[in-house]
Design a protein around this ligand. Sequence first.
Ligand SMILES: [Zn+2]
Length: 419
Amino acid sequence: MELFGFEKRTELTEATPSRSGQPLGRTGLIKTPHGDIATPAFVPVGTKATVKGVLPEAIKEIGAQAVLANAYHLFLQPGADIVDEAGGLGSFMNWSRATYTDSGGFQVLSLGSGFKKVLSEEFSGSTKADTHVAKKERLAFVDDDGVTFRSHLSGKKHRFTPEVSMRIQHQLGADIIFAFDELTTLMNSREYQVESLERTRKWAMRCLAEHKKLTEERKVKPYQQLFGVIQGAQYEDLRRKAARDLGSMEVDGQSFDGFGIGGALEKENLGKIVGWVCEELPDNKARHLLGISEPDDFFAAIEAGADTFDCVNPSRTARNAAIYSPDGRFNVIRAQFRRDFRPLVPGCTCYTCTHYTRAYMHHAFKAKEMIASTLATIHNEHFTVTLVDDIRKSINEGYYLEFKEQTLRRFKEANWGKK
Ligand SMILES: [Zn+2]
């Protein structure tokens, strides 16, 4: 699809070149029917068709170019058919810019099977017993054809297959959708990873075939880009194989429009794993990394060739009074902020920081006022979107390495209380 494809702009020439000698880090443009996304870009998560507690106007104002909603949640409630009748996700949630949905695979497997913690940053310290609950408590079961699971809301039994996920995501109508894949954890054996990867490869082919069919059936709808998801855990050979398989995959002339890099990633291996995958993937297609929001992770992933990111953490932690700042993260509910009449984060240009003090935010959280979550979310999403925007600017204008060094040094010193 030339019209809605990915256009590479600038290369990150200063960073360490990849094995092939070509730099992996880059800027670019993803073209969608609801506007272009300049990359690298951070995409806020609106799981149930809302970034919790914040009006779409505010999300626009912070500069978000897209939001990502979740197929699993919207399938359970209100139902993908209702979103379809509303004119698709963007119309339904009053968001005019680009939209993403994930395939539901992650939620089906992570909520369904009761994995407590699967993501990299939350991973360290968990034990095998934390990760795998007893079989009788499990709510999801994988077979070669799909996943059978019980709703975490009603307990009702459902089944997701690649075809079901594609149909749901076509009804939801997001600009960028993801292939249905199996989530594994770092606790699974290599043998299981191999078996799972082969299942995900076959599911990817079925997703392409169904996507092509649905695109033809629904010709009046705007074109949706389908991203394949690269799994393979921490194994270099498996990651590279998955990237080569999906990168060159074609079913009836339909190939993937971009790629997601999925699965459990340990923080210390993040750049390495993204690099293996991006070296194998075609250069002219976008790469989305699921689930990161830490400043050092953005730099590592962007250098390794990732283009877009989503993560629920900026809004989730905001609701717990955790505030992101260039000098590290702090919790505004702490007593020392009771009489602190400085802006929440001095120098930040977001609505919250230009209108409210730390003392007010401290009070609003203590009093359990709804506005506390709203204002903190606006700030954290603004901080994260702006950080990635600033990285993009630094690549385009040739000062990436200096920007990275300064940003990370300041963040690590974590002297937020004094500034
Ligand atoms: Zn702010």
